[in-house]
Design a protein around this ligand. Structure first.
Ligand code: FBP
Length: 335
């Protein structure tokens, strides 16, 4: 076999390209950001770093006594899981150290956390989403929204800095701690997904320019409390069944959203008798996924209006949530 026939090392399996590292991608796309001065880039790196630490803890939680409840409750009166508290500490610490974030809204904190620095950004975060799945080794996630502060830097944090509508987000994303760990985010210029390579300790671009199929055959809803669903919601679910759609519900919003993002589908958490305003929180669960859905061609609504148009009145306010493939959500809303 002459040299010309030998497969080139470059193109051979042993030298396969592992893709663009997250750091490199952020740097290459920095000029897309409004106010591109490296601060948002650093902020995204801080989130990525904290997510690697949380990923490490989640993976070995059963070995280091990180399973189970903490014995404390969060603002909503939900029992805090040990990993909820740990993830909140890791993200808060990383963002405080980074210095780009002046205030942080978290599911695990009653009021916003003033990080006392010259940061230009405000973060709303659900440090660990899918708490009911933590102890049973089912995919869980982190959800984050990024806003620019509105009041002058160096002055006291004001309500206008915190209670911002989703349409004011400058970036949003989620981390999925699943069979592999992924970070998916947008800065308003499309959606990109990165897969974590634990042996290199780095995220690499694996899902460039993600698009949500306009149609799908998957509906994700907890039908347990369906007796108290409104008639339009019941009728739409019956339409899904009559259309032989498949029901898939993991019970971790990030995991259900991510699947529907890739395969097409709709996730619904409507108002119920137990949660007449819906269960999910607008500022640190729905706004980020609504921004990503719309950037990927999908739709996100509270049943009456775009999630991103809702002007928040309270930190932990809840909302009904209809999100997913454009034609499916529009169909659901047509009922
Ligand atoms: P947490 O952030 O407290 O986990 O709550 C949100 C959530 O767990 C979502 O991830 C999930 O989609 C939903 O609540 C599950 O609720 P239910 O158990 O009522 O179906």
């Amino acid at each position: 076999m002459n040299k010309a026939q030998l497969p080139s090392i470059e193109s051979s399996r042993i030298a396969h390209s592992i893709g663009t590292a997250l750091d490199r991608f952020i740097k290459n796309n920095q000029d897309q950001f409004a106010f591109a001065s490296g601060e948002l880039s650093q902020l995204l790196r801080d989130i990525a770093l904290a997510s690697k630490v949380v990923n490490r803890e989640v993976n070995k939680a059963g070995l280091i006594d990180l399973m189970g409840a903490m014995g404390t409750q969060n603002t909503a009166g939900d029992d805090q899981q040990k990993l909820d508290v740990l993830a909140n500490i890791r993200f808060t610490r990383a963002l405080a150290k980074g210095g780009e974030v002046c205030a942080l809204v978290s599911e695990e904190a009653e009021s916003y956390v003033d990080l006392n620095n010259e940061g230009r950004y405000v973060i709303a975060i659900d440090p660990l989403d899918g708490s009911s799945n933590i102890d049973v080794n089912v995919s869980i996630g982190t959800i984050f929204s990024v806003y620019r502060r509105k009041s002058p830097v160096g002055t006291p944090i004001q309500e206008i800095d915190i209670l911002q509508a989703g349409s004011d987000q400058v970036a949003a994303g989620y981390v999925l701690y699943g069979s592999s760990t992924m970070l998916v985010y947008t800065t308003g210029h499309g959606v990109n997904g990165f897969t974590y390579e634990p042996t290199l300790g780095e995220y690499f671009l694996s899902h460039p320019n993600m698009r949500m199929p306009a149609d799908g055959k998957i509906f994700s809803v907890n039908e347990g409390p369906s007796n108290s669903f409104s008639k339009p919601v019941k009728d739409y679910l019956q339409f899904c069944k009559d259309s032989h759609y498949t029901a898939r519900y993991i019970g971790s919003l990030v995991a259900d959203f991510h699947r529907n993002m890739l395969k097409g589908g709709i996730y619904i958490y409507p108002a119920t008798a137990k949660d007449p305003a819906g269960k999910l929180r607008l500022m640190y669960e729905c706004n980020a996924l609504a921004f990503i859905a719309e950037q990927a061609g999908g739709v996100a609504s509270d049943g009456a209006q775009r999630i991103l148009e809702i002007k928040p009145e309270r930190l932990h306010q809840r909302t009904p949530f209809y999100v997913g493939s454009k034609n499916m959500v529009e169909k659901a809303l047509s009922f």
